[in-house]
Design a protein around this ligand. Structure first.
Ligand code: FPP
Length: 227
């Protein structure tokens, strides 16, 4: 049976979920943020050590200002309202991506939750915000070159300088919402990930479906280029 150490999810389909109900797109994001709790608890119950969620990409700034502002507020509210969830379940909060462009308020809440949860070890909850795989690889390459004695990069030196260095490669990557693409998510880390694309829209995605996906993943023959 394949071990599952690192699960990554592209939480797509919030806008369509809302549209299908005659609601504004942002309502889909609001309900989508709530869907995260069930998945995080499932990961703990099933000893999955690392959960990475794609919440805001480097390209999402292109969305209308109203939607971007809403997502920023939702993120800040999430960091405050989920404190108890993190503490009661010993979840450690991390981010990947470049958080520099966020407002001071948001950055403060990010560091508050990181500090509050820094000693926990049941689950690494990794939120990808202002995250792009290409951006991450470029930042990692520049850092690795800065430390390099011979001006060269290696797979090891680059991996060690990725935002995800402490979590390792992705084992299983799920995208909800029916599209079959990676959208600049964990491009390096997902090189040998098993991929699952489900038509379920993110706000409807439940741990029962995750359980089925994982059962299938566990039986997959992972070859990593071998036999
Ligand atoms: C993609 O759906 C979703 C996003 C760009 C944002 C993801 C955000 C959340 C799930 C809520 C915030 C989460 C946390 C943890 C604070 P879409 O808008 O592209 O949907 P569509 O493809 O149906 O338009």
């Amino acid at each position: 049976m394949n071990k599952l150490d690192h699960l990554a999810i592209i939480m797509d389909g919030n806008g369509r979920w809302a549209k299908n109900r005659g609601l504004v797109r942002t309502k889909g994001h609001e309900v989508g943020a709530k869907a995260v709790t069930d998945i995080a608890k499932f990961c703990i119950e099933n000893s999955i050590k690392n959960l990475t969620l794609y919440a805001f990409s480097t390209e999402n700034w292109k969305r209308p200002k109203k939607e971007v502002d809403f997502l920023m507020k939702l993120l800040k509210d999430f960091l405050v309202s989920k404190r108890d969830l993190f503490i009661q379940n010993s979840i450690k909060f991390h981010t990947i991506g470049d958080i520099e462009p966020f407002t001071k308020d948001l950055k403060d809440e990010i560091s508050n939750l990181k500090n509050l949860t820094s000693k926990f070890d049941k689950l690494n909850f990794i939120l990808a915000i202002n995250y792009g795989g290409r951006d991450e690889i470029i930042r990692a390459a520049n850092k690795a070159l800065g430390h390099s004695k011979d001006g060269k990069l290696s797979e090891k030196s680059l991996s060690q300088n990725l935002d995800t260095s402490e979590f390792g490669d992705v084992d299983l990557l799920i995208r909800t919402g029916g599209e079959q693409r990676l959208s600049n998510f964990l491009l390096w880390q997902a090189s040998y990930a098993e991929l699952c694309f489900t038509p379920t829209l993110w706000p409807d995605f439940k741990s029962s479906e995750l359980k089925d996906i994982i059962q299938k993943y566990q039986k997959t023959h992972r070859k990593f280029g071998g036999l």
